[in-house]
Design a protein around this ligand. Structure first.
Ligand code: NAD
Length: 477
């Protein structure tokens, strides 16, 4: 079995322990053995990054742009191969996985350009004979901690801007998906990233993740994952005075109004709720439907969900891949049971057997639910969605906003009046009109409000807010 090591101070290293990377579509398929770092190895990575920072922070923007562009070009050229790896380790269908790999390539190329566009401002002073310059500098050594559900895109949208703006990186991917993380490290290494500027430290959250959060060598942390872990990290970062960016859970509403195009609404709901096995922070888990279209929408949804083909992620007919692992599967089944206990009607949601042993689950639709039920308040993160019936637009908006989360909110309507009102009044970082709540561009800001996010936005031009710090200089020439 092939062994994959961590990249620390420019060297491939391991600290003795390895973990198997297992395919959730076929538990007999082991992708490889991936190094599992201890706190000491994590410490060496942080030391290497701190040592590399003084020269990388003033490196030529052309050097940074060239390295990022090389990585982007390589990912795009090999997106089928990386997509296959992603589908094998995470369980997204092959087209979804190849799409995600392509997006990661575009992100690296976008930030290659951003490295060249770092600029400041020159302003007049209120004092005669004084000039003011506002410039941006890198933050320092950035700890990047990522979840399992977008194993190549999320690391890309954190690592690429960090390096573009002159920061050094210590990257800890989720334990379940070390393959894509290792592939990115390999590409950066091959592209000539200087020793210590980028370090890959695969290992447990409670060991490597905590070491990164606690280390005085780390100046900023960009984290995507669950609310529970994010909040824990936030407390420590506040105590330690570290810059922090958190992207966490969602309970995203998709409002369907009486005047919606039924086909558009059902397509948006099926895609948003079930594609990528519902394992997206932007998934449409609450379908908030007005009375006039409720019955037609529910019937069409049940029919469409029942037709979805669940199977091995690499099988060309598959539309919904497996759940990522046993623990997520148990969580999904727990919430389906809870839906019944809360007196919802449950369509689908059964365990499925396929040719290979894997975590196969039928998409579930919870009907006759209210927004007060726990199934509509807590993030499930599986292939399930609830229908919440409401009287009219006003009630739909109130229900959509009645949640602790605020990542994405969608509306299906043909009325400009309601679409515009919803755009302004939805308490979310992203709004979708006649589109699924999931599925975003790579060149514009991504992030949410309330319990979903904390700190500056990720992606697009807005990424510089987190990965740079501002300096104001007063000059008396
Ligand atoms: P998780 O919180 O369990 O883990 C995320 C990362 O944190 C992993 O790398 C993990 O090893 C690490 N970690 C765990 N404990 C840690 C600790 N004590 N200190 C430091 N690091 C630690 O999340 P997950 O299960 O991997 O991902 C699913 C979650 O991610 C869902 O809640 C989902 O909504 C969220 N998510 C959010 C977005 C977004 O942009 N808002 C995108 C994707 C996923």
């Amino acid at each position: 079995m092939e062994k994959f090591q961590n990249l620390i101070a420019g060297e491939w290293t391991d600290s003795g322990e390895f973990q198997s990377n297992v395919n959730p579509s076929d538990l007999s398929d082991v992708i490889g053995e991936y190094a599992r770092a201890d706190a000491k190895a994590a410490g060496l990575a942080m030391e290497a990054a701190a040592t590399a920072f003084p020269s990388w922070s003033i490196s030529s923007i052309q050097q940074r742009a060239d390295i990022l562009d090389k990585v982007g070009t390589a990912i795009l050229a090999r997106k089928e191969e990386f997509g296959r790896l992603l589908a094998r380790e995470e369980g997204k269908t092959l087209p979804e996985a190849v799409g995600e790999a392509g997006r990661a390539g575009q992100i690296f190329k976008y930030f290659a350009g951003e490295a060249l566009r770092i600029h400041g401002e020159k302003m007049s002073s209120v004092r005669p004979g004084v000039e003011v310059e506002i410039t941006r500098e890198p933050v320092g050594v950035v700890g990047i901690i990522t979840p399992w559900n977008f194993p190549i895109a999320i690391p890309a949208w954190k690592i690429a801007p960090a390096l573009a703006f002159g920061n050094c990186v210590v990257f800890k991917p989720a334990d379940l998906v070390p393959g894509c993380a290792w592939a990115i490290a390999d590409l950066l290494h091959q592209a000539g990233i200087p020793k210590g500027v980028f370090n890959l430290v695969m290992g447990r959250g409670s060991v490597v993740g905590e070491a990164i959060v606690e280390s005085p060598r780390i100046h900023a942390i960009s984290f995507t994952g669950s609310v529970a872990t994010g909040r824990k990290i936030a407390v420590r970062c506040a105590e330690l005075g570290k810059k922090l960016q958190l992207e966490m859970g969602g309970k995203n509403p998709l409002v369907v109004l009486d005047d919606a195009d039924l086909t558009v609404a059902v397509n948006a709901a099926v895609n948003g709720a079930y594609f990528s096995t519902g394992q997206r922070c932007t998934a449409s888990s609450r379908l908030v439907v007005t009375a006039g279209i409720h019955d037609a929408f529910t019937e069409a949804m049940k029919e469409a969900a029942a037709k979805l083909v669940v199977g091995h992620a690499l099988n060309p007919e598959t539309q919904i891949g497996p759940v990522v692992d046993d623990s997520q599967l148990r969580q999904d089944l727990y919430y389906t049971d809870l839906a019944r206990q809360e007196n919802a009607e449950v369509a689908g949601g059964r365990l499925l057997a396929r040719e290979t042993k894997g975590f196969y689950l039928e998409p579930a639709l919870f009907l006759n639910t209210t927004n007060a039920m726990r199934i509509n308040r807590e993030e499930i993160f599986g292939p399930s969605a609830s229908v919440i019936r409401v009287k009219d637009y006003e009630e739909a908006l109130a229900v959509a906003n009645d949640t602790e989360f605020g990542l994405c909110a969608g509306i299906c309507t043909q009325s400009l009046k309601y679409a515009s009102h919803f755009q302004r009044h939805a308490e979310a970082g992203m709004v979708m009109v006649n589109l699924p709540t999931a599925g975003v561009d790579y060149h514009v800001p991504f992030g949410g409000r309330k319990a979903s996010s904390y700190g500056p936005r990720e992606q697009g031009g807005y990424a510089r807010e987190f990965y740079t710090t501002v300096k104001t200089t007063y000059l008396a020439p």
